[in-house]
Design a protein. Structure first.
Length: 321
């Protein structure tokens, strides 16, 4: 009797078995699709860390950040922060310069640790990156300026502290760097000495600047010194004794003066700038007299013409004036 019941049960199980198997598969798939449909997604962009060994460093461009897609149940997914997922490329097995293709890996940290049903997709999946030996050297700091000093002033001297820094990076880049520059130092409207703290600009992302990334810039500003030439200036005669008349052969001269731009811009020569001294002459004749330049004390006389002028001295008659 028992055998008959067993056979009957077996017959029921194996009867129409393809349909039953198909139903079971469909049930499993529906269950999986249901679970997938209730999974949430989050998207992160995280820094890409490059791990190398020895003195090798990345020597060419590579993505600094990667995109992560996290899939999981909402209650487990949303507490995760960007800092809980670390993306890295492991190149520690390479010991010589070259170009290498490596996968991008992820490591869970913090609140992401222990979540078993967490799927993490990385974009890109891998990268090609060149490696080269490292090099350290010192380079000078060069200031960068923006704008112009107030009219009439110039930058006569400046200093930087520190005036050089140490840079570190791959040989192919460091060997071609001769200096580093500061952020723009504003000059617009300045006319007095000044000092500012400014940043050092690192234009190469693969280069590290050791130490503080700021410098102190100190400037000395003075009035601009210019040279200006005045032409066709009248030459006057001074000190001539009564009864005598002077007839210079040249009546106009030229003077080249040096001084501050502001002073020279405001200066208009008067009639006393060029003169001939006749105070030592007491009789008629022709005399070769030196030209006298009487310039303001804040100017330097660089050159003047003529140096000497022939002057005819005659007695004054009733018709002379």
């Amino acid at each position: 009797m028992a055998s008959w019941k067993y056979d009957k049960l077996l017959d029921r199980l194996i009867s129409n078995w393809p349909a039953k198997v198909l139903s079971l598969v469909i049930a499993i798939l529906l269950s999986m699709f249901h679970k997938i449909s209730i999974l949430e997604e989050r998207y992160f962009s995280v820094p890409l860390k490059i791990e190398t060994s020895g003195d090798l460093l990345p020597s060419g461009p590579y993505p600094k950040v990667v995109r992560l897609t996290l899939k999981g149940e909402a209650n487990a997914l949303y507490p995760i922060q960007e800092s809980d997922i670390e993306a890295y490329a492991d190149l520690t097995k390479y010991t010589s310069p070259g170009i290498y293709r490596v996968p991008i890996q992820v490591q869970k940290k913090g609140s992401a640790v222990g979540i078993t049903n967490l799927e993490i997709q990385v974009d890109p999946l891998e990268l090609m990156i060149p490696l080269d030996h490292s090099l350290t050297k010192q380079v000078p700091v060069t200031p960068s300026f923006r704008g112009y000093l107030e009219s009439g002033y110039e930058l006569s001297n400046y200093s930087l502290e520190p005036n050089q820094v140490t840079i570190y990076g791959p040989v192919n880049i460091v060997s071609n760097i001769n200096d580093v520059t500061t952020d723009y130092i504003e000059l617009t409207g300045r006319k007095e000495n000044f000092s500012v703290v400014t940043k050092i600009v690192n234009k190469e992302s693969l280069i590290k600047i050791e130490g503080p990334l700021t410098v102190t810039f100190s400037a000395t500003i003075q009035q601009s010194i210019v040279i200006r030439t005045f032409e066709k200036l009248p030459i006057i005669v001074s000190g001539l004794k009564s009864g005598l008349l002077a007839r210079p052969q040249i009546n106009f001269g030229t003077v080249k003066l040096q001084g501050s731009q502001l002073d020279l811009d405001a200066y208009t020569p008067d009639s006393s700038l060029l003169s001939l001294d006749c105070s030592e002459i007491d009789k008629e004749g022709t005399y070769l007299l030196p030209l006298i330049v009487t310039a303001p004390k804040n100017f330097i006389v660089l050159r003047y013409e003529p140096l000497e002028i022939p002057v005819e001295i005659v007695k004054q008659t009733g018709g002379d004036s």
